[in-house]
Ligand binder design. Structure first.
Ligand code: PSV
Ligand code: MN
Length: 445
C-alpha cells in the first residue's frame, strides 16, 4: 500500500494535515472489481431503461447526496454497563476530522462533520478550516450539551437546563448555546442543534406548562443571538434520560416551539426518538407539508434510542420514510427548506468507521429506491383507492436491488465501489491503532 501522510501548502503556511491518501488504492480496487460491478450495473441500468428511467439521472442525485458524520460517533459507544473499545480512536478534533476525511475519500458521500460542544471546542479555527478544506470537508451543525455537567461549571443541570426553575441555571444554559453559535461562526457552520434532556422522573416533579414556557422563552433568547442565515434545529425524544416526562417528547412539541421562536427554527427528526411502531413516515410528511422539517438523524432502532446501524432492523420502514421525503422534496408545492442529513448512531460491537460506512451505504441505496418510485402511477392508484396497486408499487421498488447504482455513483465520484471491502483490505483500523494506540479514547458518550 502506498498510503502517505500528506504535506499540504495553503495560505502561504505549511500545514501538516496528516492525511491518509488512499486515492491510488481506490482506483486499483475499483479496477480489480470492475467486471463484476459492470455485470450488475448493466442489469439494473437496462431494467430501469425499460421503465423509461435514465439511470444516470439517479446517479447524479446520489452523487449530490451528502450525509454529515457526528464527531461523537467516531469512537466506540457503550451502555451504562460497559464499553468495549477496539483502539485507534481519534484523540482530538483534528484526528476526528482525519477520520471523516478518510470516510469521505472512501464513499464520497460524507463531506461534513457535526461538532458537539464542549467535546469539540475548536482551539485554532484558522488551522481547522485549512485542515477541513484539505480533506474537502465542511462543518455541519454545532450541537449544544446541557445534558451533562462539566467540570468547573457553576450550576447543575440535574433538574433541567433551558426549562429550569432557577433563572440562573436557565441563563447558564442560554449562554452555553450562544457560545456554541460563536464556535460555529468561527468555522462557518450555519446550524445550531438543540437537544434537551430536560424532563422529570416522577409524577408531580415538574409543572408541565411552566416547563414548556420557560423552554420556549430560553430558546427565543438563543434564537435572537443567531445570525439571520442560521437555522435552529429542535430535536425531540419521548424518554431518556427522564422517564416520566420529557419537556420535548414529540414532534408536535418541537413544532410548537419552532412556531414560538421564529421562521428559522425547524424540527429535527432522530429516527430512534420514537416509541415502537410510531408511523415516522407520516410525521415526516406532515412536517414537510408545514415547511418545518429541518434535519434528520439517521440510525436504526428496535425499541427506542438504540442507535444501531441505519436500516439494520426495519429496512421497509426506512424505505417508506425516504419515500415520503422524496415525494415532498420533488413536489414544487412543498415549501420546505433543504434538509440537514446526519448519522447519529453509537457503535458498541462494530468498528465505528465500518458502521458509519455501512449506514451511509444503506441510506444511499434506500434513497436510490425512493427516487425510482413512479409518483404519477402511485398518485393514480391512491386517487382511485386502488389499495393493492399502490402497495405493490412500493413493494416492487423496495425489492429492487439498487446497490450497483450506489457503487457506480461512488466510482464516478472518485470513491470506492465497495468502501468497507477496501477499508478492510487496507487494514485501516490496524494502522490507526498503530498510530494512536490501543487505548486511545474519543470524547463523546
Ligand atoms: C440524544 O439522544 C441525541 O440523539 C442528540 O442528538 C444528542 O445531541 C446526541 O444524541 C448525542 O448525545
Ligand atoms: Mn440525535
Amino acid at each position: 500500500m502506498s498510503s502517505v501522510f500528506h504535506q499540504h501548502t495553503e495560505d502561504a503556511r505549511i500545514i501538516k494535515i496528516n492525511m491518509m491518501d488512499i486515492n491510488n488504492e481506490i482506483q486499483e480496487f475499483n479496477h480489480q472489481n470492475r467486471a463484476s460491478h459492470e455485470f450488475q450495473f448493466q442489469y439494473i441500468a437496462e431494467l430501469l431503461s425499460r421503465k423509461g428511467i435514465d439511470v444516470q439521472v439517479i446517479i447524479e442525485k446520489i452523487k449530490a447526496f451528502q450525509i454529515a458524520i457526528p464527531s461523537w460517533a467516531l469512537g466506540t459507544g457503550g451502555t451504562r454497563f460497559g464499553r468495549f473499545p477496539r483502539g485507534g480512536e481519534p484523540r482530538s478534533l483534528e484526528e476526528k476530522i482525519e477520520d471523516v476525511g478518510l470516510l469521505h475519500q472512501l464513499n464520497r458521500a460524507s463531506d461534513s462533520i457535526s461538532l458537539h460542544i464542549p467535546w469539540d471546542i475548536p482551539r485554532d479555527p484558522a488551522a481547522l478550516k485549512s485542515q477541513l478544506s484539505a480533506h474537502g470537508l465542511t462543518i455541519d451543525s454545532v450541537n449544544s450539551n446541557t445534558f451533562q455537567d462539566q467540570p468547573n461549571q457553576s450550576l447543575s443541570y440535574k433538574f433541567g437546563s433551558l426549562c429550569h426553575t432557577d433563572v440562573a441555571v436557565r441563563q447558564q444554559a442560554i449562554d452555553h448555546n450562544i457560545a456554541c453559535i460563536e464556535h460555529g461562526k468561527a468555522l462557518d457552520s450555519k446550524v445550531l442543534t438543540v437537544w434537551l434532556a430536560d424532563g422529570s422522573n416522577f409524577p408531580g416533579q415538574q409543572h408541565f406548562r411552566q416547563a414548556w414556557q420557560r423552554t420556549a422563552d430560553s430558546l427565543a433568547e438563543i434564537y435572537q443571538a443567531m445570525p439571520d442565515d442560521w437555522t435552529m434545529l429542535i430535536e425531540y425524544k419521548p424518554y431518556e434520560p427522564n422517564f416520566y416526562s420529557m419537556v420535548i417528547p414529540d414532534w408536535g412539541t418541537s413544532y410548537s416551539l419552532c412556531q414560538h421562536v421564529g421562521p428559522n427554527a425547524q424540527v429535527l427528526v432522530d429516527l430512534g426518538h420514537h416509541l415502537p411502531n410510531t408511523n415516522i413516515e407520516q410525521i415526516v410528511a406532515r412536517l414537510m407539508h408545514f415547511g418545518r422539517l429541518g434535519g434528520f438523524h439517521f440510525n436504526g432502532s428496535m425499541y427506542g434510542d438504540d442507535d444501531l446501524t441505519t436500516a439494520s432492523i426495519k429496512p421497509y420502514q426506512f424505505f417508506l420514510i425516504f419515500n415520503e421525503l422524496v415525494d415532498a422534496m420533488t413536489d414544487p408545492r412543498v415549501k420546505n427548506p433543504s434538509l440537514a442529513w446526519m448519522i447519529d448512531a453509537s457503535h458498541n460491537v462494530k468498528d465505528p468507521l465500518e458502521d458509519l460506512l455501512q449506514s451511509v451505504q444503506n441510506i444511499l441505496s434506500t434513497y436510490a429506491k425512493a427516487l425510482l418510485v413512479d409518483r404519477a402511477l402511485l398518485s393514480e392508484a391512491q386517487e382511485n383507492n386502488d389499495v393493492l396497486a399502490a402497495e405493490e408499487l412500493l413493494r416492487d421498488i423496495f425489492a429492487t436491488d439498487t446497490r450497483a447504482i450506489v457503487a457506480e455513483a461512488a466510482r464516478q465520484a472518485g470513491g470506492a465501489m465497495e468502501p468497507i471491502g477496501l477499508y478492510r483490505s487496507l487494514g485501516i483500523r490496524e494502522k490507526l491503532i498503530e498510530k494512536r494506540g490501543a487505548k486511545s479514547m474519543a470524547t463523546g458518550l
